[in-house]
Design a protein. Structure first.
Length: 229
């Protein structure tokens, strides 16, 4: 099932931010294998997924992880939706559809980037040796396990990091020295997509202490970059 097939089913919603929460009954039908219900449920999130794909692909091209035409936003969203269909039974009950999809798309792209780096290393090592087939997603199922944060986590400890100066969102599309892709993604999900810290932790599969570290790391790096401008 491709993104184009989903688009052709029902017109897109005007804004993903204004979409009401999906009906629990629709998701239950998805869990039972209803592809039409799944397609309709995904429609309201396509615009945001495409925008996220465009932003993240520009970033990885800038880093040199991917070439300009290695992967299109449409292909990335299509891979994300295929993985979402296969992974639907694994979605944490406490995690909404939107943060689940955004976290899943980041993990799909991370897997693709890792594969591309491996292939580039193999080709640079021996141009005459045959290039192996890239690993199949299901060869590493632990990569797709979902972290469910403790409901008692004191997210206020992370929110205290908001005391750092504000920064321009355009900085998230740049190669900031010392800013890891994962720390950048935490900032993107928080500042661009407006996810809660609990949603980010679950979507990126990281514990609260690690999320707090990444959040402060990202804010500090971008604050330093802003001051040097």
């Amino acid at each position: 099932m491709s993104a184009d097939e989903i688009r052709s089913t029902v017109p897109l919603a005007a804004s993903p931010q204004q979409t009401p929460a999906p009906d629990a009954g629709v998701w239950e039908r998805c869990m039972d294998g209803d592809r039409q219900a799944f397609q309709q449920l995904m429609l309201s999130h396509l615009d945001e997924l495409f925008a996220a794909a465009q932003r993240d692909l520009r970033y990885h091209v800038l880093l040199g992880d991917l070439r300009q035409h290695d992967l299109s936003p449409e292909e990335l969203v299509g891979e994300t939706l295929l993985r979402a269909w296969r992974d639907r039974l694994r979605k944490p009950a406490s995690l909404g559809i939107r943060p689940w999809l955004l976290g899943l798309q980041f993990r799909v792209l991370t897997r693709i980037v890792r594969q591309e780096r491996l292939l580039q290393r193999l080709v640079s090592t021996s141009l005459e040796a045959p290039v192996p087939e890239p690993p199949i997603y299901d060869d590493d199922e632990s990569f797709w396990e979902w972290f469910q944060p403790d409901e008692m986590v004191r997210w206020e400890d992370i929110l205290s990091g908001d005391a750092h100066p504000e920064f321009a969102l355009e900085l998230l599309d740049r190669d900031i020295p010392g800013l890891s892709p994962l720390a950048r993604q935490v900032l993107v999900l928080r500042r661009v997509h407006g996810l809660t810290f609990a949603e980010i932790a679950s979507g990126l599969r990281i514990p609260s202490e690690r999320l707090s570290q990444l959040w402060r790391e990202g804010r500090t790096r971008l604050a330093d970059t802003t001051r040097r401008k």
